[in-house]
Write a protein that binds this ligand. Structure first.
Ligand code: PEP
Ligand code: MN
Length: 359
């Protein structure tokens, strides 16, 4: 089966947006049942309860999940509260165990999507299933790898497919745990409009602030679902404690989301899409400027240690010449680029002078 031929009407069995919520990891039966019960009591509109049973940890000796024992707790959550259940699978053994435990939604985690051998193994183990299978974006910003994973699943006649946007890792320190890089997700949506796209603000933000604005931004862009981590006692969670929220906070976050009517999309949605892309780029511009200023500080220290002047005309000339050449290559006005670089350079001189003064 070709990925582009898939109809994917599975999503229409859920209210819009589809919400998948629950703890990062299953820790104990009590934690699972309490989280599930409080989500219901708080009135959070959550049809699918998530919990990680096997946890891919970056470093060894961390909490690697409770393993198959937790599948029994997921089953209880389903029986007692009527949720559909969801968990992450990373190899064929996980798949077999999850299918036996009647888990409704299986997802492939970001660290697994990067590995075609693992994805193929999972696809083979799931051959022909009618369970819902969701693929998180790979940790690195590679659209082909993300789509390739879905193609492997479609190739194994798995037709209830979806994608989860959980952000991308960068070496740089940013306000996000994983930067959203909306452009990649929107390219995904353009190429595969038939595959429902779900936002995971928890792993994008890595903390509790910003969850609702990332979720809202995604809904404005026409995403069909949200996956959020919620825990009965977030501060004490065994994994991702900083980003998990209580069931009550989840309920109020969900009720605060503005859900767009897909019918009157069009102009507004397109405008919103461009605005989000512009914020994405602005974010990167500011981040790059801050990196540039940090380098200026380093240069300031070197100059100060070696008794050099801050302003070196030859260097300034080389920088502006280069900027003007790039302006021409990219079709922008030279005056525009020159004036921006003048401002940047002035600030860089200020930064370096401050260093000199402080020495
Ligand atoms: C998770 O959902 O808890 C998880 C491990 O996510 P990711 O694969 O996005 O890191
Ligand atoms: Mn997590």
């Amino acid at each position: 089966m070709q990925l582009t031929d898939i109809k994917n009407d599975w999503i229409s069995q859920f209210n819009h947006p589809l919400v998948i919520a629950g703890p990062c990891s299953a820790e104990s039966e009590t934690q699972m049942l309490e989280t599930a019960a409080r989500m219901k009591e708080a009135g959070a509109a959550v049809p699918v309860f998530r919990a990680g049973i096997w946890k891919p940890r970056t470093k060894p000796n961390g909490f690697e999940g409770v393993g198959s024992m937790g599948l029994g707790w997921l089953r209880k959550v389903k029986q007692e509260f009527g949720y559909k259940t969801a968990t992450e699978v990373a190899n064929m053994h996980h798949v077999q165990a999850a299918l036996e435990a009647d888990v409704d939604v299986l997802w492939i985690g970001a660290r697994t999507t990067v590995n075609p051998f693992a994805v193929q193994e999972i696809a083979n183990a799931l051959q022909g299933t009618d369970r819902i299978v969701l693929v998180k974006n790979p940790v690195n910003p590679d659209l082909t790898l993300w789509i390739g994973a879905l193609e492997r699943l479609a190739g194994a006649d798995i037709h209830n497919l979806g994608a989860i946007h959980r952000g991308f890792s960068t070496y740089r320190k940013t306000n996000y745990r994983n930067i959203p890089n909306w452009q990649i997700a929107l390219d995904f949506k353009n190429q595969l409009p038939n595959i429902p796209l779900i936002i995971d603000p928890s792993h994008i933000c890595g903390n509790r602030t910003g969850l609702s604005s990332v979720a809202q931004e995604a809904l404005n862009l026409g995403y069909q679902g949200v996956m959020i981590e919620a825990h009965c006692n977030p501060d004490e969670a065994w994994s991702d404690a900083r980003q998990q929220i209580t069931p009550e906070t989840l309920a109020s976050l969900l009720s605060g989301l503005v859900v767009r009517n897909e019918e009157c999309a069009g102009f507004d949605e397109e405008l919103e899409r461009y605005r989000t892309l512009i914020s994405d780029v602005d974010y990167q511009v500011i981040d790059l400027l801050s990196q540039r200023m940090k380098l200026s500080e380093k240069i300031g220290m070197l100059k100060s240690d070696n008794n050099l002047t801050v302003f070196q005309p030859d260097r300034w000339k080389a920088v502006t010449e280069y900027a003007k050449r790039k302006a021409e290559e990219t079709g922008m006005s030279q005056e525009f680029i020159e004036s921006i670089f003048k401002t940047i350079h002035e600030q860089s001189v200020v930064v370096q002078n401050d260093i000199m003064k402080s020495k």
